[in-house]
Design a protein. Structure first.
Length: 485
């Protein structure tokens, strides 16, 4: 049963997580200080690679990243712990006492669909500040983007409602709580997770387990007692003993009594067996008994493949509860987001930087960049990764080309563009109005509608164009050629 949440929540704030970092961030910070490089401006991009990952993603985790930055400071206990490691000198600790983030951050708003290699977050700050925050930013962005994307993929497989049921299978409490938040962003708009309901205002849903039924002398008695306690929210789990011979018939008996008293039963839940077959049979039994408005809920290790199969088998399921394979992103354990240097100040000027690899997918895009989304008639056509100072003139035809297979070109006229990234911090000050979770969900809904189904589907997904501007492509080739010498 779903419980509407009218509870007024305050925005959940992160504690001081300054030491939520890898040791090498701190050793590099200290090295930059000793080399007198700590104050040089550096620009880093957060993006995810496509190899082995999702063809698209739903941006998530920005709010937690913001709170992390706002609370960034080394407390006495942090410094004492670092002193105990015997690695750093006292001058480093003196510098840490006054450490605050003073840089700029741009980011794609949560709920926006993004693609591999596009900057989701860009950090521009003194080098040692930008270096410190790498690990924590990746923690927040990688996890919630991963789960939000998994949620969207599941919603693309069915037109039925989905509820998140994953807390007990999550990899820890934080993963369960933030995972429920991310799933909401991705389109799964109810949860069984009560603390997530309280913290984020997500509607909570749930019924009883098999142990409730097994705690009574009979299944019918268990159903009757549950209906007596929750007559307006009666949803019965019918597969403890025998779904069609016992569970559904006993549920019908209880529903008959509830209707006679003026109540409207919610429905039944299936948690095992052949869900397509059982749902069809149960639907027929409920309809024949006069309970056509009773819903059929289904759980049991569901994923995209099973949802698509149930659709093809004409399953009569109204709501799915998905736990393990949503909250753990079962078939894709990690988003694969990275944090890479793209520019560094030298003699007062930002110099583009590139990481070169034998694996072309690990070679980075240099310079300070932005993402421009190209639209026609309100529908997204392609994304263009540009240098920050580029301006797209929509009054003139625009030709873009594949960054590897450059002979593949597409020209646009009568088009519109939108820059995806927004300022978040400026000179260490928050300049972004943090949206509510409901507003983030609206952003996701709107972003989904901008893309044709062939780009969103989970089987035979068509590749959406993500190209480099000619100026950025030329810069990249210049740096690649200079590194080859």
């Amino acid at each position: 049963m779903e419980q509407n949440n009218s509870y007024t929540t305050e925005r959940v704030k992160t504690n001081n997580l300054t030491l939520l970092t890898d040791l090498y961030q701190l050793t590099m910070m200290n090295g930059y200080r000793i080399c007198d490089m700590d104050s040089r401006r550096a620009v880093f991009d957060v993006f995810y690679r496509g190899a082995g990952g999702f063809s698209y993603a739903v941006a998530g985790g920005l709010e937690q990243a913001i709170d992390y930055i706002l609370n960034l400071r080394f407390e006495d206990g942090d410094i004492e712990y670092l002193r105990s490691l015997g690695i750093f000198d006292e001058k480093f600790f003196d510098a840490l006492k006054n450490f605050r983030f003073t840089g700029d951050i741009k980011a794609v708003p949560e709920g926006t669909i993004v693609f591999p290699y596009e900057p989701i977050v860009t950090v521009s700050a003194p080098l040692w500040e930008a270096q410190l925050i790498e690990t924590a930013l990746l923690t927040f962005i990688n996890h919630q983007t991963l789960i939000a994307t998994k949620a969207m993929r599941l919603t693309e497989c069915t037109d039925k409602k989905i509820s998140e049921f994953g807390l007990r299978r999550a990899q820890g409490a934080d993963a369960g709580i933030y995972g429920a938040r991310a799933a909401y962003i991705g389109g799964v708009r109810t949860t069984s997770n009560v603390v997530a309901g309280k913290l984020y205002g997500i509607p909570v849903t749930g019924t009883h387990s098999h142990s409730w039924v097994m705690s009574f002398d009979s299944e019918l008695e268990a159903f009757e007692k549950y209906a007596e306690i929750y007559p307006e929210k009666c949803l019965l789990l019918v597969d403890t003993y025998d779904t069609l011979k016992s569970g559904v018939p006993n549920a019908i008996k209880v529903f008959d009594k509830l209707k006679a008293k003026g109540y409207k039963p919610l429905g039944i839940r299936l948690d095992s067996g052949d869900l397509a077959y059982l749902s069809r049979k149960a639907r027929a039994m409920l309809d024949e008994a006069g309970h056509k408005d009773c819903l059929i809920f289904a759980t049991n290790d569901l994923d995209e493949d099973i949802l698509l199969a149930l659709n093809n088998q004409d399953a009569k399921i109204d709501v799915y509860g998905i736990g393990t394979k949503l909250i753990t992103s079962y078939n894709n354990a990690s988003l694969g987001g990275v944090y890479k240097l793209c520019a560094l100040e030298e003699n007062g000027t930002l110099i583009p930087k590139i990481k070169v690899s034998n694996s072309h997918e690990k070679t980075t895009n240099p310079g300070v960049k932005k993402i421009v989304r190209i639209y026609r008639n309100g529908m997204a056509q392609a994304d263009l990764i540009c240098l920050e100072d580029e301006v797209i003139d929509t009054s003139k035809p625009l030709t873009i080309f594949h960054p590897e297979l450059t002979y593949k070109k597409t020209s646009y006229t009568d088009f519109e563009v939108k820059e995806l990234m927004q300022p978040i911090f400026k000179n260490g000050k928050l300049v972004y109005e943090i949206p509510t979770l409901k507003d983030i969900a609206k952003t996701e809904d709107e972003s989904v509608k901008e893309f044709f189904p062939e780009y969103r589907r989970v089987v035979n997904t068509q590749t959406y164009k993500v190209d480099l501007s000619e100026k950025l492509w030329n810069l990249k080739q210049t740096l690649l050629n200079s590194n080859a010498k």
